[in-house]
Design a binder for this molecule. Structure first.
Ligand code: DP6
Length: 328
């Protein structure tokens, strides 16, 4: 077999300022709304894919440990899309390493599936466009499509039923704006509800889901404008509105998804206090208890020190706008 059936990719995680929450097509992973994120330089995944040329099951090692069945199944779905019509590639051996602890509750699926999409395509000898890579990553996990690109990235909702226009688009390259995020990791162990299940329940049962969809397009328009103007307070306010609405919809689903823990509320209070004292600091929260604070590059270390002192916070990670997926 060819020894060229191997490639390694590095992709960064991302944090949404306007959230993605809910699918209009579960199989193709098509969202009800567009979203906007910052790619995070400090949190990355490196993934090597080798197609063995032999029949068999795909194997997936995450930080040296065999992945759980659900994770392997999602990876296999993506690998099947790459292998389509090319049985000679055979089973894949995938090794993936994160620069941050996966069990720590920081989302690794975005960086993980973006790196997997790229490594698998390159291992198979393909030369996909960034748009094609973003569509491929999206099929495994929605937020992963944004991690293909660097800087600030919009995932456009798209209109087509086949999803070919539901792709990541770079809205601002990194290096143009000195902003950062301080991510306070709350001590909890593994998260209880997956974002996938919680967002499905939310779409189907929350009385507030329609309001989420109805108002997010406007948030996204505003966010894009504030990003262009590099207006931190204005973009920060949109980001806070977006995560609060997302969580309000999740909390009012049946069953309800309450991701916050006691330290989460203390962190939100700290962010309000920082702002009251004149520091630009704006919170955002994904489907978990951790709080990311969007701020200026010059304030981020001072803010991290404040967040680190909050009881129940295990660590604070600092991230600046990072690059898109790279071949190693
Ligand atoms: C709250 O991308 O993990 O982080 O598409 O089902 O894999 P699936 O969901 P996922 O959801 C991320 C939701 C979020 C918001 C966001 O990143 O935009």
């Amino acid at each position: 077999m060819s020894t060229t059936w191997q490639a390694t990719a590095r992709a960064r995680s991302n944090m949404a300022l306007v959230k993605y929450w809910g699918k209009r097509d579960e199989a193709l992973v098509l969202p009800h709304t567009g979203s906007l994120s910052m790619t995070l330089d400090a949190l990355h995944t490196e993934t090597t894919v080798r197609f063995t040329g032999r029949e068999g099951d795909d194997t997936l090692l995450l930080d040296g440990v065999a992945a759980r069945a659900g994770e392997t199944a999602r990876a296999a779905l993506l690998l099947d899309l790459v292998r389509a019509g090319r049985a000679e590639l055979g089973a894949a051996v995938v090794e993936s390493r994160n620069s941050f602890p996966t069990a720590g509750g920081l989302a690794s699926s975005a960086s993980g599936f973006a790196a997997l999409a790229a490594a698998a395509s390159w291992a198979a000898g393909d030369a996909p466009s960034m748009e094609a890579l973003s569509i491929l990553a999206r099929r495994a996990s929605g937020s992963a499509c944004r991690s293909v690109l660097g800087g600030f990235v919009e995932w456009t909702r798209g209109e087509r039923p086949d999803g070919l226009d539901s792709v990541a688009v770079q809205r601002q390259e990194r290096g143009l704006w000195d902003v950062a995020m301080a991510i306070a990791v709350v001590d909890t162990g593994r998260k209880e509800t997956s974002s996938r299940d919680a967002m499905r329940d939310c779409v189907q049962t929350s009385p507030y889901y329609a309001a989420w969809v109805a108002t997010t397009a406007r948030d996204l328009d505003e966010a894009r404008r504030h990003l262009d103007a590099r207006d931190l307070p204005a973009l920060g306010e949109v980001a806070e509105r977006s995560f609060l609405k997302m969580h309000a919809a999740a909390m009012t689903a049946n069953p309800p998804a309450i991701f916050w823990k006691a330290p989460t509320l203390t962190l939100l209070e700290e962010v309000r206090l920082l702002r009251a004292r004149g520091t630009p600091a704006y919170a955002t929260i994904d489907a978990g208890p951790h709080v990311a604070v969007f701020t200026s590059g010059s304030d981020v270390e001072r803010i991290s020190a404040v967040l680190r002192d909050v009881p129940g916070v295990r660590e604070v990670r600092v991230a600046r706008p990072g690059p898109g997926v790279e071949r190693l």
